[in-house]
Design a protein around this ligand. Sequence first.
Ligand SMILES: C[S@@+](CC[C@H](N)C(=O)[O-])C[C@H]1O[C@@H](n2cnc3c(N)ncnc32)[C@H](O)[C@@H]1O
Length: 289
Amino acid sequence: MSSSARAKNPALPESVSPRMRALVKARRLNSRNADKHWLYQNSVQNPQVEVPFIDRVFANEFGRKPNLLREDFCGTALLCSWWVKARADNRAVGVDLDGPTLDWGRVNNLAPLGAKADRVTLIQDDVRAVRAPKADVLMASNFSWWGFKTRDDLGAYLRNCRASLKPEGILVMDCYGGPEAQVVQEEQRELDGFTYCWDQDHYNPVTGEVRCLIHFEFRDGSRMKKAFTYDWRLWQVPETCDLLRECGFSRVMVYWEGTDKDGEPNGVFRVSLKGDEAPAWVAYIVAVR
Ligand SMILES: C[S@@+](CC[C@H](N)C(=O)[O-])C[C@H]1O[C@@H](n2cnc3c(N)ncnc32)[C@H](O)[C@@H]1O
């Protein structure tokens, strides 16, 4: 298992900002000139893996490819941008509360797509308030749904998700866990031109709440502290699956990551009723409308 639960795949996605790329090349990236959204995208996002995964999961259910993806908590809408690049008839809707983050995505992820960007719609709103257009797939990635900390709040979100899906539709949510998820600790990963730091800053076993921070460090010793802060409830898989069924989803599955011959995670997620005792793991919960 990866030492960092949040490090789903260390491969860098294709960069979107020429200025950042030039600074990395010149070995001059630092806390003063680096763009935190660019750093984030190049640290934890993996659309080149998630798009084919979504296609595979949807095809497993319905024997065809999906077209309309809604990316909840879309942030900079990176997944939306890869979704419409993948097929000419793909469309994407991204929903996020934060206007400046959506604007960053418009400039850096959508504008470079040219005409393909016409097939992306960004909505600045609460994910619980958006029901149209009905989607084939709803994706809530990078654990953002953990911002809903009570059964009532998460249930309201999940019911809205179900109402937002076409009759043949799925909701895909990622999650992480394992004993390491409950340890206050900081982990670092060296990337091209900077170091990504995942800081599990606080864990409350009574409420299940966690506070996690992302910092970035640079070659010149400068540090971008608390670039991102997350205040979450560490939802467990069985309670989430129960709640999804209570909210009306007809079938709920867990896609668990396989391992290679050395027992290392192989990046291939398949439906499984049995996980393993990895100290830290990432999985996907898939709910069929
Ligand atoms: C961790 S980022 C996720 C970015 C991206 N989806 C990813 O996979 O990395 C979380 C985003 O969720 C947004 N957000 C949090 N609560 C929200 C809500 N209730 N409705 C819409 N967006 C929300 C924040 O503004 C933030 O941009």
